[in-house]
Design a protein around this ligand. Structure first.
Ligand SMILES: Cc1cc2nc3c(=O)[nH]c(=O)nc-3n(C[C@H](O)[C@H](O)[C@H](O)COP(=O)(O)O)c2cc1C
Length: 172
């Protein structure tokens, strides 16, 4: 196994930090919300963490440049979806800045009005509990009001590319 030392400088460049962060394999999530003006918003993220069981809390991080961030802070509710292996196109749509991201994405209304995307492996409906500063991102802690667990193979993200699970028996 080779080691590449990218920087010994305390001010790590964004590209270097991306290279480091990209080695942490994640799932792919889409956060949706409805602005009080009625417009749907959604964003692909992988900065998502299970935070607490009692009370049930999840944490997401949104870039200050995200249009979804303002809508979510105004609505105080969001849907959190874990994408299925075959949903790379949905991930691309919600990672874009295109106008109507929901036009070709099957969805239904959730209990708080946030659109819920169909075909995902799991989804949660959340209410904003805390908002914390986090550099150029905002950390949003969501109280989980309801979960929907469908199952299936998840979509993964690793080193800037989509990936799928290759299951093998691991020693615990
Ligand atoms: C795999 C992947 C993970 C991403 N993770 C995040 C994230 O955790 N937080 C974030 O703010 N943006 C993340 N992005 C970038 C947003 O999806 C992108 O900036 C999007 O255009 C924002 O849309 P909006 O401005 O409509 O909210 C990610 C993109 C991809 C492809």
């Amino acid at each position: 196994m080779s080691e590449t030392i990218l920087s010994a400088d305390p001010a790590i460049a964004p590209g270097e930090l991306r290279a480091f962060a990209g080695h942490f394999a994640t799932g792919v999530a889409v956060v949706t919300t409805t602005h009080p003006d009625g417009q749907f918003h959604g964003v692909t993220i992988n900065a998502v963490t299970s935070l607490s069981l009692t009370p049930p809390l999840f944490l997401i991080c949104l870039d200050h440049r995200s249009n979804t961030l303002g809508a979510l802070l105004a609505s105080r509710h969001f849907g959190l979806h874990f994408l299925a292996r075959e949903q790379t196109e949905i991930s691309r749509v919600f990672a874009s800045k295109q106008e109507d991201k929901f036009a070709a994405v099957p969805h239904r209304p959730g209990r708080h009005g946030s659109p819920l995307i169909e075909g995902v492996v799991a989804a949660a409906e959340c209410s904003v509990s805390e908002i914390c500063p986090g550099g150029d991102h905002t950390i949003i802690i969501g109280a989980v009001d309801q979960v929907h667990v469908f199952g299936g193979e998840p979509l993964l993200y690793h080193r800037g590319a989509y990936a799928a699970l290759e299951r093998e028996r691991m020693v615990a």
